[in-house]
Design a protein around this ligand. Structure first.
Ligand code: FAD
Length: 396
């Protein structure tokens, strides 16, 4: 192992692999990139456990624009990320998102849709009777309004996207090594390298923190406090036998006002719901709480979609959000006190869809020293230090 690299990326999940790809693909970058990944099977990482959703339905312009770039990137991905003529397949199931609101949430949804329209999203606002007509499997009695994104919204296979970025980055010369970064070596306002569990100390010009739910530990190793915590989320897979009223295969990902979401997955459905903040401890275990489905999710499902009265859970898993406790939004860019350490962290529940835009942004910060394609300055570390949250109203 060489003891100097231009760029070291800690973590080879979808964010680290996308960053490696965008660096290596840029003809202005002449350096060498090392991606350090503690578990190349990726079995426990956030990316492999994600629901894979992509939506334009955010309330923050940058979040809308990052997802729009994801859709654009995906439309050319099989060519852009092909290796030796082999084209990766990352197909988007474009069923859309349907965000539902009772009277309480109506004004917020209307404001969100207005912002989405300003940025070119095709979200449609539907009143209660229109919802009932378009989605006859829904119980609309207590709904005031819904926003539906018929275009550029849906879901992909997250692992396929990770692997496509990783393979292409490697084919362009990025080196992926299995090891764990256990310390960050800092000299005043610069990071000079890292210490790895097996390979020891290695120097670099730039360090990228792409450690997902463990990113707070890497920041702390550099003497930086970052409010990003591993928070567990469950996904339950269920079968529904009620053929007469069952939502059709083109059912959108549907967000209930209670916070429960559900979407089709092959012949089954998947669903989840964020726990109450008081019941959301930091943790890195992957144990599934089966009672949570019975007590917190199934009643919401059965109320909103009567066919889901009779369902059977056939699978489930847990994964971790890298949860930004300040505002659930990404932290992108250098720390004001450490000029050559870049953060791409805190994505909470929407980092998969932001990975192309974030990989591109990190490459621009390293190569051009500024955001070029999309100005993500507001997502920088300054807001963390001044505790000025970006209030994204459409996060769950
Ligand atoms: C249940 C669930 C559902 C989700 N649904 C969606 C969704 O619908 N849409 C969406 O956009 N996003 C979703 N997300 C969020 C999304 O999955 C994440 O934001 C995204 O995958 C983050 O990618 P990452 O590369 O930052 O993290 P990870 O995929 O966790 O990758 C980080 C990598 O860093 C490695 N690592 C950590 N520490 C070290 C170290 N010290 N040394 C070496 N390697 C290290 C880890 O092994 C890991 O492989 C969901 C997440 C979960 C858990």
């Amino acid at each position: 192992m060489d003891d100097f690299w231009d760029v070291i990326i800690v973590g080879g999940g979808v964010i680290g692999s996308a960053s490696a790809y965008f660096l290596m693909a840029n003809p202005d970058f002449k350096g060498r990139v090392l991606v350090v990944e503690r578990d190349p099977t990726y079995q426990d990482c956030s990316t492999a456990r994600s629901a894979g959703g992509i939506r334009q339905q955010f309330s923050t312009p940058e979040n809308i624009q990052m997802s729009q770039f994801a859709v654009e990137f995906l439309s050319n991905l099989s060519e852009t990320l092909s290796v030796d003529g082999e084209q990766p397949e990352v197909t988007m199931t474009e069923n859309g998102y349907l965000v539902l609101a009772s009277a309480d949430g109506q004004a917020t949804i209307e404001e969100n849709v207005a912002i989405q329209h300003e940025y070119g999203a095709k979200t449609v606002l539907l009143q209660g009777d229109e919802l009932a007509a378009q989605f006859p499997w829904l119980n609309t009695e207590d709904l005031a309004v819904g926003s539906f994104g018929p275009e550029n919204e849906g879901w992909i296979d997250p692992y396929a996207l990770l692997q496509a970025f990783r393979k292409k980055a490697r084919s362009l010369g990025a080196v992926f090594v299995q090891d764990e970064v256990v310390d960050v070596i800092r000299d005043d306002d610069r990071v000079t390298g890292v210490r790895m569990e097996s390979c020891g100390e290695i120097s670099c010009n730039w360090l990228v923190n792409a450690a997902g739910p463990r990113a707070g530990t890497i920041a702390a190793a550099a003497g930086i406090h970052m409010p990003v915590r591993p928070r567990k989320r469950f996904i339950y897979v269920f079968d529904c036998h009620d053929g007469s009223q069952k939502p059709p295969p083109n059912m959108p990902l549907t967000f209930d006002p209670t916070g429960t979401y559900v979407r089709p997955e092959g012949k089954f459905f998947i669903c989840g719901k964020a726990p109450a903040p008081s019941d959301d401890p930091d943790c890195l275990d992957l144990d599934v709480d089966h009672d949570y489905f019975d007590n917190a999710i199934w009643p919401d499902l059965a109320h909103r979609i009567p066919a889901f009265e009779a369902i059977k859970v056939v699978n489930s898993w847990a994964g971790h959000y890298a949860y930004n406790t300040l505002d659930q939004n990404a932290i992108i860019g250098a720390h004001p006190d450490v000029e050559n350490m870049f953060f791409a962290n805190g994505f909470s529940g929407h980092g998969l869809q932001q990975s192309p835009a974030v990989g591109r942004a990190i490459s621009e910060l390293i190569i051009q020293d500024r955001f070029v394609s999309l100005d993500l300055t507001r997502f920088g570390f300054d807001r963390i230090m001044t505790e000025t949250p970006i209030l994204e109203k459409n996060v769950y």
